[in-house]
Write a protein that binds this ligand. Structure first.
Ligand SMILES: NC(=O)c1ccc[n+]([C@@H]2O[C@H](COP(=O)([O-])OP(=O)(O)OC[C@H]3O[C@@H](n4cnc5c(N)ncnc54)[C@H](OP(=O)(O)O)[C@@H]3O)[C@@H](O)[C@H]2O)c1
Length: 405
């Protein structure tokens, strides 16, 4: 049987070639500044047996890569290395690791942005076994590089904030029930700012289940598209709010049950309320505070049967809460802080990708390697890339490769 996952020869990927001058990295020196290519920087070292060193092959760009420097957040000190998504070949790993080996091609979302060793904008980056997924043999590396953060965000929002039990995807997947898993973790392993969300964010009675409606405002975003697919795999009914003319076709293909155009928000609220007739209890907003506020208006507020509604906002929640609507912020750091959470999400991702049950976002390839990232981020900044993820290959052999999935 052909191997399921991609492997690469290490030749040409070793971090410590004789006379090696270190690595190239992209440094940000201050808010509002461009990233600067800097050579001869130290290659990061492994700090624990669960860590792996990855030679980066392709970098996926996220909105935060330009928003952080422009609006001065997510920069723990200066100068700093940014970058949240990448795929590459594992060049160092402890022999005792069970799933990941040297030579595996992996994708790795870097949610632990305070650890500069794990940033993506460098030639070599650190990850952990529980934060890396092997890339299927027939999947382009470019596609794998762009989906990690979006997948983790979508899975944690659905699985922790809304209590979706992924084991309902099907027996083959042995997928996690994240809320039950968290109950078994030492509470001290959970950061204090997310502990309450993880342990008490939603009552057992309230948890989302097959047949329930969920509305995703900003469904065409990478996170929205992945949340839509995960929700459909678990039998939810999904309403997607998006530019329907632009993105309707792909959202229908991903399984959306109802599409609502985003341009007239009053009408969008009226349509969602009309169709769900007061039964909508789950909303995910990927756009911002204003749209999250509109989404809140669509949710049931009666709690007649004792069940509340739940709204998660990726970039902001409504200023004024409504009775019986619980507002959630996504406890994304559980992905790296709690190895059990990271591991089961990465194993599930591998299985979904191998089975082609989860389609990655469409990609647009930007040239120039690390040096091309400033220009590529301008495309995101200006909003000229719509419904696609930008990928920046560092390996010139895949720079111009055709992408098919
Ligand atoms: N809190 C967290 O942990 C976390 C994690 C990941 C991401 N985020 C944040 O979540 C947001 C989404 O991230 P992403 O990477 O998934 O985004 P993305 O892939 O860059 O997508 C942005 C999408 O939003 C759509 N959009 C823009 N304005 C809209 C509106 N008013 N109504 C509906 N859709 C609209 C755009 O479509 P058109 O313009 O073509 O209509 C585009 O498809 C970003 O702000 C990101 O920083 C937060």
């Amino acid at each position: 049987m052909a191997p399921k996952f991609t492997k690469r020869e290490l030749e040409g990927h070793e971090p410590t070639r004789p006379g090696s001058p270190g690595q190239d990295v992209l440094l940000i020196h201050g808010p509002g500044q461009q990233y600067r290519l800097t050579s001869q920087q130290e290659i990061p070292s492994l700090n624990s047996p669960s860590e792996i060193l990855v030679k980066v092959i392709a970098i996926g760009l996220n909105p935060i890569d330009w928003k952080g420097p422009d609006f001065n957040f997510g920069l723990p000190s200066l100068p700093w290395i940014n970058g949240r998504d990448m795929a590459g070949v594992v060049v160092k790993a402890h022999k005792r690791l069970r799933r990941i080996r040297v030579g595996d091609v992996v994708l790795s979302p870097s949610t632990d942005y305070r650890d500069i060793r794990k940033a993506a904008f460098q030639e070599f980056s650190i990850s952990s076994e529980h934060n890396a997924a092997r890339v299927p043999r027939d999947m382009p590396i470019q596609s794998s590089a762009v989906m990690g953060v979006a997948y983790v965000t979508a899975a944690i929002t659905l699985g922790i904030c809304f209590g979706l039990d992924f084991s309902t995807i099907g027996s083959y997947f042995r997928a996690p029930n994240l809320l039950h898993l968290l109950q078994e973790v030492d509470p001290n392993a959970l950061a204090t700012d997310v502990r309450d969300e993880c342990l008490n964010g939603i009552e057992e009675l309230d948890r989302v289940k097959a047949g329930d409606w969920i509305a995703i405002w900003g469904a065409s975003s990478a996170t929205g598209m992945i949340a839509l697919q995960l929700a459909k795999l678990c039998g939810l009914r999904v309403i997607g709010v998006a530019d329907v003319a632009r993105h309707g076709d792909k959202l229908l293909q991903a399984g959306a049950d109802l599409l609502v155009d985003r341009h007239d928000t009053d009408r969008a609220v009226a349509i969602i309320r009309g169709v769900t007739k007061g039964s909508l209890r789950f909303g995910l907003d990927t756009v911002g505070k204003d749209t999250a506020t509109r989404l809140q208006e669509c949710l049931s507020t009666t709690a007649e049967d004792g069940r509340k509604s739940h709204l998660a906002g990726l970039t902001g929640v409504p200023k004024v809460p409504t009775d019986n609507v619980v507002l959630h912020k996504v406890p994304i750091k559980t992905f790296h802080d709690v190895p059990q959470v990271g591991e089961c999400l990465m194993v599930l991702l591998e299985k979904l990708l191998v089975a082609r049950k989860l389609l990655p976002p469409e990609v647009e390839t930007a040239m120039g390697g690390l040096n091309g990232i400033n220009e590529a981020l301008d495309l995101l900044r200006k909003g000229t890339i719509s419904g696609k993820r930008v990928v920046v290959p560092l390996d010139t052999s895949i720079e111009r490769a055709t992408i098919t999935i």
